[in-house]
Write a protein that binds this ligand. Sequence first.
Ligand SMILES: *[C@@H]1O[C@H](CO)[C@@H](O)[C@H](O)[C@H]1NC(C)=O
Ligand SMILES: *[C@@H]1O[C@H](CO)[C@@H](O)[C@H](O)[C@H]1NC(C)=O
Ligand SMILES: *[C@@H]1O[C@H](CO)[C@@H](O)[C@H](O)[C@H]1NC(C)=O
Ligand SMILES: *[C@@H]1O[C@H](CO)[C@@H](O)[C@H](O)[C@H]1NC(C)=O
Ligand SMILES: *[C@@H]1O[C@H](CO)[C@@H](O)[C@H](O)[C@H]1NC(C)=O
Ligand SMILES: *[C@@H]1O[C@H](CO)[C@@H](O)[C@H](O)[C@H]1NC(C)=O
Ligand SMILES: *[C@@H]1O[C@H](CO)[C@@H](O)[C@H](O)[C@H]1NC(C)=O
Length: 791
Amino acid sequence: MSSSCLSCVLLVMASSLAQIPPRDSLPRSCRCLALDCPCSHSGLSSVPSVPAQTRTLDLDYNQITEIQRQDLGSLWELRVLTIHGKYNTNTHKYTESSWFSPGLVLVWSWFSPGLNHILSFFSFFSFSVCVRCLGSRPLFQSLVRLRVLSFGGDSLEDVRVSDLRGVGRLERLRVDANGLKRYDSGALAQIWPLDHVTLSLRSPFALNQTLASALLHDVSDPQTHLTLENLNLSSNRSVLPLREAAQRRVRHISFHNVFVTDATTVKLLEVTDGAPITSISLSNSTLSGVGSWEKARWTDHMSLDEVFVKDIVLLNNFEFTAFLSLSFLLQFPRKISLINTKVFVTPCLNLEFFDLSENLLTDMTLTETLCAGAGVLKGLRVLNISANAIKSLSLISRMVTRLTKLTHLDISRNSLTFMPQSCPWPQSLRFLNMSRTKFTSATSCLPPTLQVLDLSYNDLERLLVVLPALRELHLSGNKLLTLPPGWLFPNLQTLTVQMNTLNVFTHSDLVSFPRLQNFQAGLNKFSCSCDFVPFFQSLSDGEINITLTDGIHNYFCDSPLHLQGAPLSLVRRSFSECRHVLLVSICCGLVLVFLTCLGVVLWKVHAFWYLEMIFVWLRAKQKRRKRERKRREDGDTEDRPLVTFDAFVSYSERDSAWVDNYLLPELEQTGLCLHRRDFLPGRWIMDNIVIAIESSRRTLFVLSHNFVRSDWCKYELDFTHFQCLEGNCREDAAILVLLEPLHHDDVPKRFCRLRRLLTSTTYLQWPQDPDLRGQFWTSLRQALSPDQDQD
Ligand SMILES: *[C@@H]1O[C@H](CO)[C@@H](O)[C@H](O)[C@H]1NC(C)=O
Ligand SMILES: *[C@@H]1O[C@H](CO)[C@@H](O)[C@H](O)[C@H]1NC(C)=O
Ligand SMILES: *[C@@H]1O[C@H](CO)[C@@H](O)[C@H](O)[C@H]1NC(C)=O
Ligand SMILES: *[C@@H]1O[C@H](CO)[C@@H](O)[C@H](O)[C@H]1NC(C)=O
Ligand SMILES: *[C@@H]1O[C@H](CO)[C@@H](O)[C@H](O)[C@H]1NC(C)=O
Ligand SMILES: *[C@@H]1O[C@H](CO)[C@@H](O)[C@H](O)[C@H]1NC(C)=O
Ligand SMILES: *[C@@H]1O[C@H](CO)[C@@H](O)[C@H](O)[C@H]1NC(C)=O
């Protein structure tokens, strides 16, 4: 055997060697984060080159077939090396290797995926595991500081007394020996003290109970927690090795992944009769039977204090009534957990800790289980009925109200739905878990003595209940739009409101909780407003004495749209986004001021007057064109407008007395056009003016200060001017009569036409002296006379 072991020098799992790709065909590097090099699943075929200061190197699941001295020899800082899987490492290369620095932890998980096997202070490596035995010489002699050891595998058949020589002070030992065929008594007995021993011994228990007994004899100890895995206890004999453990006074024993029947359960209770076992645990196991364990009623299990049963498959679930007939066994423990074992009812038990989570309790069977609320369970401190089929909260409260020591109550994951207005509770209640119970509202049914309340994952929209003693409140996964008011919870230290519909929370919201220290509000739909973003960032910078215990990376913006999904801690709102209204009003103000100034300036330079003039003139011109076109269509070939008046008299209304009293009587024979007399009523005055000017040979301007002040007169003057610009006018189209001395400086500057006329054109001055007026009229008549036209 020994020589076969020698020849089999491969380290571990020779059977699982994969096909080996050519060396260096794959990249020899992986990406390191600071001093950690997570190089697992990287398809490496050899140890990659990593920085010399690397502290942890994970080489799990690669195609590395060989580790050589130079591969890791320079990594003096390496502390944790994780390798798992297919190694074909030549032992020689390791034998002289002293290159692992002191303090190196080798995380070594060849035997069982998921469990890390830690060999601490790995200063020397001469370990070889072959197919059937541990090796030819003591492997662990130099591993003086080894604390955690796990070895074995499907192929391990032989454990010799010499194999573990040198291993002194293990804390945890795990042996996978499902196929063990030979065991030297005492091989594991040298190891002491062991806190935890886990043995997977399928075939020894089934086939060679002598061998299994020997093994249990060596590891069992009152201080040691013994775990047995992967057993098929279907025959009476397979239970016998446990007698050995019982005789060695094991106190803590766990079974994991075990198959038992009614008969072997009875047998087990018999072989452990009177043993000082205080805690027993059974998990992930199958029970074939109906629970008729009555035959073991005579056995003594008085020392049993704690029973933990979890994830049990009952092959005959509906016939299984055992829990009611098991009182003989269950009357002793103070702590019982029956988790996910399809329990629908239990006998009335006096316990301190009762965990019945993930079972089939209903309102009816809960009454039976809790002794109809009669207060029999006087000592009960913790009750867990999470994830059952209970519907009535008032029933629960009635059942527990007389349990005067009850501090913890977990009723989460039941479909309770409705919370009554008030409920009786024991005064001692401190912890209440009502998570995932489908409540839509919370009332003063909540006990005021609570210190921890979990109402997460309900459908609450608000919580308005005074809870003066509350220190921890969990409200994640509800529909809260705002934080509850802080004055309701004067002692609250921890508040979680993740995954609600909060948009913002403010400084005053938070400081309304006088004692708040830990706050979690991530994964809400935050509105990243200009107020909230800086406040949040000041919070995460620690300006307020409240810690965001869920980490700032869980906070994201939901609105505005362009920031959706952005991490709140990185968002920056610019001044222009934030001071929108201010900016717009400033702009409007500026524009208004500018327009006002412009208006003032334009008004000063009479721009409006000019514009108005141009507009009126353009309009008049257009109308004239229309008229001419019409006339031509009517067959009139005459180009010029019909002249019907000798002169259009343009005068200010205030000078009408002069016109009426002097001008008209004197020039009766001359065809004069007077606005008062000849303007067509109803026609736009501008048109009237334009037509009058066009249909008169000349325009007679009666100039006076009144004239200068009159707007209409100015128009008239300027039309004449425009007409001249167009070339339709005669040199002497305008005749000026000055009623009173008028210096051209008296005329406003914009009437440049008039000013020029005043300087250039000869004008007739109305003499104040009546004797001179004859001359005046003569001159005027002459100027107006149509003969002038022929000149
Ligand atoms: C059972 O194991 C013991 C101890 O290793 C060995 O001596 C014995 O031969 C085994 N019995 C059988 C039937 O294999
Ligand atoms: C355990 O062994 C019995 C017979 O020895 C067999 O019928 C049963 O299927 C086995 N159970 C398991 C879980 O392997
Ligand atoms: C196991 O033992 C019980 C009595 O303790 C007996 O009734 C039963 O027949 C036995 N089963 C086997 C398979 O030997
Ligand atoms: C639980 O038991 C089943 C067989 O009953 C097994 O396949 C599975 O691996 C076990 N799970 C654990 C976590 O041991
Ligand atoms: C109740 O049981 C559930 C599920 O097993 C567990 O998550 C919870 O922590 C338990 N509560 C208490 C108070 O032990
Ligand atoms: C309340 O129960 C739920 C589900 O059983 C669990 O996840 C949660 O951790 C519990 N809350 C507290 C505060 O223990
Ligand atoms: C912050 O809270 C801690 C813990 O309650 C307290 O010791 C510390 O004085 C507080 N600091 C400030 C600045 O309030």
